[in-house]
Design a protein around this ligand. Structure first.
Ligand SMILES: [Zn+2]
Length: 188
């Protein structure tokens, strides 16, 4: 006497009074979360929302039918673009890549497109813009010395216990990122 999912007739229902498979139930839940965050729902979520026909009472009791049916549905292309925006944003924060390098890596044709996608993602996700790039202590040592600080001063500023450990840290950074060594403008 197993029922089948109203949206997927090949799948048994796991939520009997709702007559939906587990995947559909999860999709409704995620769709509701996206709406609460001001985001359009995904095409797959849209298929569950609109593919159910008349909503059973059990579904209506747990999810806001009107709101879900009214929700804007992401076009697959927009969605792919948004995911790439998230990637671009993440790369910018965690690496020292330029926007052009990020564009190449994520498949944008121009750096401008990568920036726009990342900015849109930041807006939708309440993240700061422009992205705050994470600067490591090693990089700070490299930069400080390049700006004219001695290794000793860099060590004091960055809490290295000696000038030579600050220097080693900066050199590690330079090597890893293929930067000039010693840093340009330094007295060394
Ligand atoms: Zn289903």
């Amino acid at each position: 006497m197993n029922d089948k999912c109203r949206v997927h007739p090949d799948r048994d229902v796991v939520w009997v009074s709702g007559e939906l498979c587990g995947a559909c139930e999860n999709r409704l839940r995620s769709a509701q979360l996206r709406i609460n965050r001001g985001l359009p729902i995904t095409p797959t979520q849209g298929r569950t929302v609109h593919g159910m026909g008349r909503w059973p009472a059990a579904v209506r009791a747990r999810f806001d039918e009107e709101e879900l049916k009214r929700a804007e549905i992401d076009k697959p292309r927009t969605l792919a673009r948004r995911l790439r925006g998230a990637d671009a944003y993440g790369l910018r924060v965690s690496s020292r890549m330029t926007w052009q390098q990020i564009a190449d890596r994520c498949g944008f044709s121009r750096d401008r497109d990568a920036i726009e996608a990342a900015q849109r993602y930041a807006e939708l996700s309440d993240l700061c813009w422009p992205p705050r790039v994470r600067v490591t202590r090693q990089e700070q040592a490299y930069l400080l010395h390049g700006q004219g600080s001695s290794w000793h001063e860099a060590a004091l500023a960055l809490d290295y216990h000696s000038g030579s450990s600050a220097r080693r840290a900066a050199q590690t950074h330079a090597k890893r990122h293929g930067l000039q060594w010693p840093p340009p403008n330094s007295e060394e």
